[in-house]
Design a protein around this ligand. Structure first.
Ligand code: A2P
Length: 316
């Protein structure tokens, strides 16, 4: 499979397995099946609440000699309550213990949103710290420390706007090498991808199949459903593949990593196979034409009365 290269010569398989919303009880089997069929990249996060179970699956796969640790690419993410220079390494150590690993391949700041340390679900203004009170630059020092300690090989961010990335690039000694963002045919992120790719920052597409819950304002009946899109269906039929496969192939062909979530063996298999499907120039252009700038993971859940975060300042 095609890989994305890092400054230290590490190579990340461009297509991985997403684990967001994979329920405990399901994700163990999904990870075992996935690695056995050839997945080598697993995308995790502390807040998904399933890292222990993923760790169990990984440890068995390594013990059973299905795969070696160094053949796997494991990503995880720092939750919002772990911001601040001195909180990053302890949070990462917990993730490593849960995943039963000695190091990660990639650790990301999950959101440019800080909770007070110890807060789990922030529901009121007092649970939050603004980015003036708890600057990203300070949290980044903790991320750099994690690299120096050998706890993660690479570091990056998630859900960062170009504005926030630019600010981080100016102060970082170790540059962020990844921005993981929502990206699919209805939300193509062209400016973001252009900025990242011209600054040696990779992009990973989450919710590539547009599966996220629709925000309140987008629940009307006529809201298009990506996996039922007639234009993508026409391309899929002509190539004798599924709509999901066309979407994943289109993302990979833009040089963007993609992490479709599935707990179903047949869909795991077809998603993996999509990394080898090539779209023609005309098909790529037909996909490009589908952009309607529809963000589904809108960040509105960070807005609380009197709190420091708004949809507008999260995506500045
Ligand atoms: P399941 O786990 O039952 O396969 P996303 O990665 O955009 O969040 O999408 C994940 C959602 O899409 C899950 O509900 C998953 O369900 C479903 N899904 C994953 N792969 C496919 C596929 N190839 N075709 C249709 N649905 C899929």
């Amino acid at each position: 499979m095609h890989t994305l290269k890092y400054q230290n010569a590490d190579q990340m398989p461009i297509l991985g397995l997403g684990t967001w919303k994979s329920a405990p009880g399901e994700v163990y089997t999904a990870v075992k099946e996935a690695v056995k069929m050839g997945y080598r990249h697993i995308d995790c996060a502390a807040i998904y609440g399933n890292e222990k179970e993923i760790g169990q699956a990984l440890s068995e796969l390594i013990q059973e000699e299905v795969v070696k640790r160094e053949e796997l690419w494991i990503t995880s993410k720092l939750w919002n309550n772990g911001h601040g220079k001195d909180n990053v390494v302890p949070a990462l150590k917990q993730t490593l213990a849960d995943l039963q690993l000695e190091y990660l391949d990639l650790y990301l700041i999950h959101w440019p949103v800080a909770f007070k340390p110890g807060v789990m679900g922030a529901e009121k203004a007092e649970d939050y710290l603004s980015l003036e009170e708890q600057p990203i630059a300070d949290t980044w020092l903790g991320m750099e420390e994690a690299v120096k300690l050998g706890l993660t090989r690479n570091i990056g961010v998630s859900n960062f706007s170009v504005t926030k990335l630019k600010a981080l690039m100016e102060v970082a000694s170790i540059k962020p090498e990844m921005n993981q963002v929502e990206l699919h045919p209805y939300f193509q992120q062209n400016q973001m991808v252009e900025y990242c790719h011209s600054n040696n920052i990779h992009v990973t597409a989450y919710s590539p199949l547009g599966s996220s819950d629709r925000p309140e304002g987008l629940k009307q009946e006529d809201e298009p459903i990506l996996l039922e899109d007639k234009n993508i269906e026409a391309i899929a039929k002509a190539k004798n593949v599924s709509i999901a496969q066309v979407i994943l192939a289109w993302i990979v062909q833009r040089g963007i990593s993609v992490i479709p979530k599935s707990v179903n063996p047949a869909r795991l298999k077809q998603n993996l196979a999509s990394a080898d499907i090539t779209l023609s120039e005309a098909e790529m252009q037909q996909m490009e034409a589908l952009n309607i700038d529809r963000r589904y993971v809108d960040g509105k859940f960070w807005e609380v009365p009197g709190g420091p975060y708004t949809v507008a300042n999260v995506w500045d």
